[in-house]
Design a protein. Structure first.
Length: 456
């Protein structure tokens, strides 16, 4: 199924790489000279203000006398602190993702009747269009579930009777359908990947009425459909904590950029999925697990903090790990003292680790979280405050639940779908919004056109 390239063609492309590098180097000094906000960030690391939103807020520091000051992290959905949201549904022993999805989409907590109707709407849209799995997933499987997820969402355009209708009613209908269908797409894409690339048997399960999103996902991806309520409740928590993270995160911003052009929701959401796939964004949880593979192999005694500290230093100096010089799962663009998502996940992960006989591994993660800041300061000589982010513990939680690594980032997408849709609708339904079009400073000098026969 792979394209074949001749040796001559590949040699030509290699020669073009050198030609490209000769003409496409940008002097780093230009960024300072023209006050370019690299990554749309100010010099102090704060984000460039690009818009306003009522959907979510991320707090990790406060500014006083022009300086950033660290604070405990807060994640706020529609004005409600995520800790209060989680405490609310957990104290009543309920699943919370559907309630969270309603809050993010509509802006207020649902009544009991509204929540029941919303769950019914999600359930009614869980099944994929007729022959969709056969035509769009099985006939063109992908080794990467995120790639298949992006293509499948884009393909849903062809199954929509009014894909270009951008009325509020139509946008909300599509948002509910996408939130309901993406877990099924992810499960079927994973089944196809395992069948066609890993030579395993093909199991395709239909979503079941009456189950929560978390329960249905576990039902769909497991051959025997078996799961415990503890697993489902913990996965539900993961979905709630990943559902939204402000309009400035890379994938939500990508969704808003495309939406501002007037394009359809399927194009905008597939772009967000492509963004989340990157290892600097949603793909980071897989990099955390890869890194801990190196740590568990390279550290003889997991309880020896000096040995752990020494190995973390090797990661930072590129002597160990993937050579990136990064300690994945540590540090965040906004959070300083703590990431509230990591704090919550860690609390529940401890109990799961104890029940799974994995406390030693859990304590190794805790040691990495505890020791990284001082190792970072020692190696880098910087005083930046570094905390664990959600990726440090989310991968471990999935591992303890027996969820394969290929599904870590797709699960992130399943959760974030409703956040993306909320940002999409806010972007297209506010009449004052304009197409997003930042400036780039052109630094190439003007030069004349040279006739073909006169070029060296």
């Amino acid at each position: 199924m792979q394209c074949q390239h001749s040796d001559t063609s590949m040699d030509f492309i290699k020669s073009l790489c050198g030609e490209f590098q000769k003409h496409n180097q940008i002097d780093p000094a230009y960024y300072e000279k023209y006050d370019v906000k690299r990554g749309l960030r100010n010099a102090d690391g704060t984000g460039v203000m690009a818009g306003v939103t009522q959907i979510g807020n991320v707090l990790g520091y406060y500014v006083q006398d022009g300086e950033r000051n660290p604070m405990e992290g807060r994640l706020i959905y529609r004005g409600i602190d995520v800790n209060d949201l989680v405490d609310g549904f957990m104290s009543e022993d309920r699943f919370g993702f559907e309630e969270t999805a309603y809050l993010l989409l509509f802006g207020a907590l649902p009544t009991r009747e509204q929540l029941a109707l919303f769950k019914g709407a999600l359930s009614a849209h869980q099944a994929l269009p007729n022959m969709f799995t056969e035509d769009m997933i099985l006939k063109a499987p992908s080794a990467d579930v995120m790639n298949k997820l992006a293509r499948a969402v884009l393909a849903l355009y062809s199954y929509d009777d009014a894909p270009e209708d951008r009325s509020l009613e139509s946008e909300l209908r599509k948002a509910i359908a996408l939130t309901a269908r993406v877990p099924t797409i992810a499960a079927h894409a994973f089944a196809a990947k395992r069948h066609y690339y890993d030579q395993e048997s093909l199991y395709l399960h239909r979503p079941q009425e009456g189950l929560s999103v978390a329960e249905n996902f576990l039902w769909s991806v497991r051959h025997d459909n078996q799961f415990t309520q503890e697993e489902a409740k913990l996965l539900d928590l993961c979905l709630v904590l990943h559902a939204e993270h402000g309009g400035g995160n890379n994938s939500a911003f990508a969704c808003r950029v495309l939406s501002s052009s007037g394009t359809d929701i399927y194009s905008a959401i597939s772009a967000a999925i492509g963004s989340l796939k990157g290892p600097r964004h949603g793909g980071a949880n897989k990099k955390v697990m890869e890194m801990f593979g190196y740590i568990e192999e390279g550290v003889w005694d997991w309880k020896d903090e000096e040995e752990i500290r020494a190995f973390l230093g090797k990661l930072l100096t590129r002597e160990a790990g993937d050579g990136s010089g990064l300690i994945y799962g540590m540090g965040h663009a906004i959070y300083t003292l703590s990431d509230p998502r990591a704090v919550l996940l860690k609390k529940f992960a401890r109990n799961l680790a104890a029940s799974k006989g994995m406390l030693d591994e859990f304590q190794l993660y805790e040691a990495v979280e505890r020791l990284t800041p001082e190792v970072f300061h020692g190696v880098k000589g910087e005083s930046k405050v570094v905390c664990a982010n959600v990726d440090l513990y989310s991968g471990l939680v999935y591992k303890m639940m027996g969820i394969p690594q290929e599904l870590y980032t797709p699960l992130f997408a399943v959760a974030r779908m409703v956040g993306w849709c909320a940002h999409r609708i806010e972007e297209v339904c506010n009449p004052g919004n304009k197409i997003i079009r930042p400036a780039y400073k052109a630094v190439a000098p003007l030069r004349p056109f040279i006739p073909l026969d006169q070029r060296g």
